[in-house]
Design a binder for this molecule. Structure first.
Ligand SMILES: [Zn+2]
Ligand SMILES: [Zn+2]
Length: 293
């Protein structure tokens, strides 16, 4: 249910931010204690001497991005104002950063070569095997995640961010807009795949915003309680392994496709001498997780 009575058009909402002074006001409030400031101090912090001009631009933000408490004469950020600040601080609109050839403490499940991590803002974070020339995990990552981290810890943050994003999509809550996310199996050769070389991927597509991705079926198992219990029984803490270290996520040999219309997909999860097989239904839910016979 929505109440459209106070909606702006997207164009008008973005136009409200189309002046340096308005962005400065939001940034000043974001930097302030308790994200709020009295009028005089706010004006000092943005260093605008023309009070008419300052008042005009401030008034455009009030009740949309910031609140004005008249009794206390204080201005503070509202939730939409925080989201504008977030979009600025994650850096994706104005920073283009690269990290090249970080050697990871992890090896290719296929050839044993040391894996590498590369990053650039436009093309995402990428973990690959230089010998197989194969992408194991590739996914967008905001440049804000590079602050105060070296290459190794960027790769760890990239892993954590990627798996939580996929987990939210799996739970039908878009990680960008909180809308519904459709899930379906697609052929593994689809464009913009998060992994190359798998026979099938899961296509997530937000019904509302532009979020979409094509991810390994095994990534749907990383937090599944039966899978977590099985791995724990066999001495593996999935939280301590990166996505590229989990064969059931990145190894094509772990995946069995018996039908494509409708899709019948199974993923084998192995630990030491034990193995279980997760069978998915066509809606990409785990229908069973049984011992491999
Ligand atoms: Zn390799
Ligand atoms: Zn969305």
């Amino acid at each position: 249910m929505t109440d459209d009575s106070t909606d702006l058009s997207p164009h008008d909402a973005f136009a409200l931010l189309g002046h340096d002074l308005r962005v400065d006001i939001l940034l000043a409030l974001s930097d302030a204690d308790n994200r709020s400031l009295p009028f005089t101090e706010l004006r000092q912090r943005v260093d605008e001497r023309d009070s008419g001009k300052f008042n005009y631009h401030l008034s455009k933000l009030v009740d949309r991005f910031i609140a004005h408490n008249e009794d206390a004469d204080e201005y503070r950020l509202l939730y939409p104002g925080h989201r504008v600040i977030d979009a600025i601080e994650n850096g994706v609109f104005h920073e283009q950063v690269t990290i090249a050839n970080v050697r990871l403490d992890a090896t290719c499940h296929d050839c044993g070569s040391q894996l590498r991590f590369d990053y650039d803002t436009i093309n995402a974070g990428r973990v690959s095997c230089p010998s197989c020339d194969r992408l194991l995990i590739g996914f967008p990552f905001d440049p804000g995640g590079l602050t105060d981290r070296d290459g190794q810890s960027v790769a760890v943050a990239f892993d954590r961010r990627t798996r939580s994003t996929w987990e939210r999509a799996r739970a039908d809550v878009c990680p960008v807009c909180s809308g519904h996310v459709d899930a379906a199996f697609v052929d593994g050769s689809v464009d913009e795949a998060a992994t190359h070389g798998l026979p099938v991927l899961v296509d997530f597509d937000c019904t509302q915003c532009s979020f979409f991705c094509h991810v390994p079926p095994g990534a749907m198992l990383v937090t599944h309680p039966d899978v977590v219990a099985f791995l724990t029984e066999n001495g593996i803490d999935a939280r301590e392994r990166r996505l590229w270290e989990l064969p059931f996520v990145v190894d094509p040999g772990a995946i069995t496709v018996t039908e494509t219309d409708p899709w019948q997909v199974a993923v084998t999860v192995a630990a030491d001498d034990a193995a279980r097989r997760a069978v998915f239904d066509d809606a990409v839910s785990v229908a069973s997780f049984d011992v491999v016979r």
